[in-house]
Ligand binder design. Structure first.
Ligand SMILES: NC(=O)c1ccc[n+]([C@@H]2O[C@H](COP(=O)([O-])OP(=O)(O)OC[C@H]3O[C@@H](n4cnc5c(N)ncnc54)[C@H](O)[C@@H]3O)[C@@H](O)[C@H]2O)c1
Length: 399
């Protein structure tokens, strides 16, 4: 099977896929809709980053395409509803840059506590201002983490290693790491934290959850960090609390409105404020994260194509069967209507097949069932399933 990787995807992805037996073509740029339509016949798996747009026209023309790997975090560039309709699996790398974000946040906590933005600015202006005023160690301070998911928990562990006391608040029940303390409410966390760091997800209900009321509830001279989502924070309210001195410093990596293209002007009420670190949404942007993304997404494509695994697919029902070590496997994507599983099992029973494992999931209008049997399945049985009006695709594998 041919794999086409666009947009300079990390070489580790090429290596992983070639090692798995695929012929890989690597291109450094993205492709227009028309160029993609011309290039995709014969391509079974496509790798893109954020600049290649997968439209219904592209999906209609790509008759050999089984899977798309988005070698990035976002998947807005793919028409996911239509991809699901066509049975094309789409994967991304939602967690490969977790460590990168955590390291940036750790750096920011220390930088803000030492007021480094001001110090470096003065030095560049030729001012030697040697003073301990307003500079603090972070050891023994309390870090309040809002959103204790992948990033929040890893931050928790690293922060404790620095001697910070960690408290956290999450809307879901979360296992605490190390000595971190779970807080019963956001208000309880705000009342105790010397540094508040937001790591909530982008669910619609999180828009504007951090504004004037929450900043008022933070401790005087505390620090504020947001590397989660721009829409969560009222930046005008933050500006007022920094100007009043109630908030002693802030670091922001994400903004309610971010420039679309490289070099576009950046506007924010937070520009020009003392002890405020502003970064252009680079929390997850490191060379190591790119490598991790390359490795992760290539692995998902391989497991889908060779084992029928849809684990962490963003559009197809997620099924993670174990690697096939003996016998054979049928992976069957179908319309989610009652009776399909019985249909599959009736065909296999008529074969006298010994089913050794069956894994299934549904998502919206689609259902996916992976069945392992001890012996090879006959062509006739496969053809019978293929002929069902509910079939989107059917693939078989032999150990
Ligand atoms: N700055 C960057 O470059 C960058 C890079 C990667 C991720 N992110 C962002 O960081 C955030 C966290 O990522 P993650 O991988 O840890 O996500 P995650 O889904 O693993 O964790 C999010 C956590 O927030 C909790 N949560 C949601 N709403 C909440 C609320 N209102 N109050 C308290 N808890 C709440 C959820 O229950 C979950 O535990 C996401 O918004 C993600 O988009 C930013």
């Amino acid at each position: 099977m041919k794999v086409l990787l666009l947009e300079n995807i990390h070489p580790v992805a090429v290596e992983t896929l070639e090692k798995a037996g695929y012929e890989v073509e690597l291109r450094s740029s993205s492709m227009s809709e028309d160029d993609l339509i011309a290039a995709l016949p014969g391509v079974g798996m496509l790798g893109i980053r954020s600049n290649t747009h997968i439209t219904p026209r592209v999906l209609d023309a790509a008759t050999d395409l089984e899977a798309i790997g988005c070698f990035c975090i976002g998947t807005n560039q793919v028409d996911l509803v239509y991809a699901q309709e066509k049975g094309v699996a789409v994967f991304n790398a939602p967690y490969s840059n977790t460590r990168s974000v955590v390291e940036l946040v750790i750096a920011e906590i220390i930088s803000l506590a030492r007021r480094l933005p001001e110090k470096t600015e003065k030095m560049h202006a030729g001012v030697w201002d040697k003073s301990a005023k307003g500079s603090h160690e972070v050891r023994g301070r309390t870090l309040g983490i809002v959103g204790y998911g992948n990033i929040g928990t890893q931050l928790s562990n690293l922060a404790e290693a620095l001697g910070l006391n960690v408290i956290f608040y999450d809307v879901a029940d979360k296992l605490r790491h190390g000595n971190a303390r779970r807080m019963p409410s956001l208000d309880a966390l705000l009342a105790e934290a010397d540094v508040v760091s937001l790591h909530v997800d982008g669910r619609p209900g999180n828009a504007g959850i951090f504004g004037d009321e929450q900043f008022k509830k933070m401790k005087p001279r505390s620090l504020f960090i947001n590397a989660a989502r721009g829409m969560v924070v009222d930046t005008e309210a933050l500006r007022e609390h920094i100007l009043s001195g109630h908030i002693a410093g802030a670091a922001l990596d994400v903004f309610p409105i971010e420039p679309k293209a490289q070099g576009d002007p950046f506007e924010s009420p937070l520009r020009g404020l003392d002890n405020v670190i502003l970064t252009p949404h680079v929390g997850g942007s490191t060379q190591e994260a790119q490598e991790e993304i390359g490795y992760f997404v290539a692995g998902k494509l391989r497991a889908f194509q060779q084992e029928g695994s849809t684990a962490l697919s963003v559009d197809l029902p997620a099924v993670q069967p174990p690697p096939l070590t003996s016998g054979s496997r049928v992976a069957y994507l179908h319309v989610n209507v009652p009776g399909v599983l019985a249909e599959v099992n009736n065909v296999l029973a008529a074969e006298g097949a010994n089913v050794t494992g069956q894994y299934l999931a549904t998502q919206g209008e689609k259902g996916y069932v992976v069945t392992d049997v001890a012996e090879p399945i006959s062509e006739a049985a496969l053809a019978k399933l293929q002929a069902s009006p509910h079939t989107i695709w059917l693939r078989s594998y032999t150990a």
